[in-house]
Write a protein that binds this ligand. Sequence first.
Ligand SMILES: Nc1ncnc2c1ncn2[C@@H]1O[C@H](COP(=O)(O)OP(=O)(O)OP(=O)(O)O)[C@@H](O)[C@H]1O
Length: 739
Amino acid sequence: MIISDLRGASGTRTGDGRVLPGEGDTADDSDRQRRTAGPETEVARLGIDKDFLREFAKLEKQVQERVSQTLTKFGQVSHAGAHLEKIANARDSRFRSIRITDFWRGIVLAPDSGDSYTLLTVLPHDEAYAWAKRRSASVNAATGRIEIRDVAAVEDSLPGLSRMAESSPSRLFDHVKDSQLRQLGIDEQTLVFARALTDSTQLDAAKSFLPGNQWDVLFGLAAGYTPEQVWAELAAEVGDTGFDPDDLDAAVERSSDRVVLVDGPEELMAVFRHPLTMWRIYLHPVQRSAVEASYNGPARVTGGPGTGKTVVTMHRAHQLAVNGSGPVLMTTFTATLAESLGKGVELLVEEPEVRERIHVHHVDQFANRVFREHHEQPTILTTDEQRQLWHSIATELEVPFSPDFLAEEWRQVVLAQRVGSAEQYLGAKRDGRGRGLGSRQRAQVWQAIWEFESTLRNRGVWTHETICVEATRLLERRTEKPYRHVVVDEAQDLSPVQWRLLRAAVPELPDDVFLAGDTHQRIYNNRVSLREVGIRVTGRSSRLNVNYRTTAEILAWSLGLLRGETIDDMDEGLEAIAGCRSEVRGKHPWVRGFPTRAAELEQLVTTLRGWIDTGIAPGEIGVAVRSNKLVDTVVAELGRAGIPSVKLLGGTVDEEDAVAVGTMHRMKGLEFRCLAVAGVTEHHVPPASAITPVEEDASAHRRDTQRERCLLFVACTRAREQLAVSWHGGRSPFLHPQD
Ligand SMILES: Nc1ncnc2c1ncn2[C@@H]1O[C@H](COP(=O)(O)OP(=O)(O)OP(=O)(O)O)[C@@H](O)[C@H]1O
């Protein structure tokens, strides 16, 4: 997708332009009031610009409260426009100011006629007036949507660009005709500007001041898309043409891409309570089509980090639950991730009867539930107990294989392919297992595995895998499946055994399985071929490319960590991450080594203090490290420095006032405004204990190394605005030598 800001109307309750009811009014009352209202009783309709919502989240609590109060009051009064002040020398005569406090002012777009008002920004008094003097609003000729531009910035930069262009042999848009640009909604001022550009970095720099929709069109053309391709995307979004450039009221109505229209004080408060959860209100067109499509079988969404896969799964579950054809299981790999999915679903789904149709469980929890319907509470062997059992079996049988090798062979070959006999094992595929086994060795391994499974049975004990296998058997016997749909997030980390369980949980019908994942973020050892577990997604896959979380700088640096890795796509092909991009610019990651651990920790404290001093709340900061031991060290160090911190132990963190410190594994599914990834040190990232020695098994060595590299990638892509990466002594081999 090349046009990021043309987010389709979400069809949400906010986009229908209903009036803002007064206190005690019902929406019906106020609808009636509006229809019958003469000029005396006119009630305002309020929109809030999405860019402002991001700013709102950063305002001090007191100012936030005043903004909410002012707007609630504003929406309730008759003649709301009269409560706005004209701005002397405003570039756009339709800009007005509204008093928030003595010091703060809001800038409101107030059309010449009609009663709809859009809050564009809230700033300290002088800055607010300066803001209004630079900008103007217009209606995009192609999309009919509202756009704001910093006219002064366009005018300031044009002479310099024109001078540079004179000595350049070619211009950025030589290949596109004026008429084509106009057809794509480029207006006269932007056209002159575009004609002066000679390279795409100039266009990048103009993102902050050109009208958003027009910048997207230029970005698409500069990226090599033809005008027809750009138009195809635009037209898909527009649906209608022939817009009146002066009808701002109608333009606001069409602009669910940038204006949230609120329905009443409660909705206003809800928007302000979750100002950053824009994903609740609108989706990127590619996200939306994945959510709304009807699939004739299993379907999948892929995409790099922060591209909204989780957001899509939540909307998809909502959509399926609204359709009402049966209960929806929403699931993922770990308890922490399931908990945050549950919270997201709570936030998204307001109708209680729809909410009840969505059950959020992590996959082992679901297996347990099914298991418990037929069995007593199981005794589950810990990882250590399993290792000991493998060890004693290997010793007793005198087989020359390590406990880890045997355990992995059991999981990845025997359980994954449902191997039930020595004969089947002799013929089983062992792709990706590295070390080859002759038939004599296979017989030895099978004997050990048989011994392991018999011991579990005889002792009446279980592992998570055997519970899953048993639950699958129980589900496969049932003609009535417990769910009609299953929606899976972080699909890349589920094992074949878990996939079979989910397959058995729903009947094979349209829209049965929907999964989202990114194999570049696989951080456990599980690999799967979806088709081998009965989930065929071919022809029903879509890919998300726009990253909403991370700045372009952090994303580019993090993608560099994976350069050269070939990674599967879970469907017997390879996954490419090229195309994943962020359109938000920011600081380059700060990457530095230190001679000692003490020096690195001292700098970590300084970095965190620096962030906090610039107004970033401790709860918006995270520290990721590779080991639990280092988590303890960091927490102790922060304690000594007087920086409040909390350990991530599983579950999401709700602590607003403490820096979250956790292992890289625990970072999955979370995001932080500022993130420090510390201890990215040789022999620690990756730790020797996590990597099979190359001489023992070259293929396992490669796989383990890739998994560890992906883990560092996952950690770094949790940062939204700033990323600091550090090490002491030698740097991790995963870092670029130039860092
Ligand atoms: N349409 C959207 N509009 C605004 N923000 C969005 C949109 N979609 C996603 N986001 C935001 O982008 C961030 C990342 O979204 P999400 O966690 O769904 O991505 P993801 O692809 O699942 O990430 P990862 O694979 O890295 O875990 C979140 O903060 C989310 O709110």
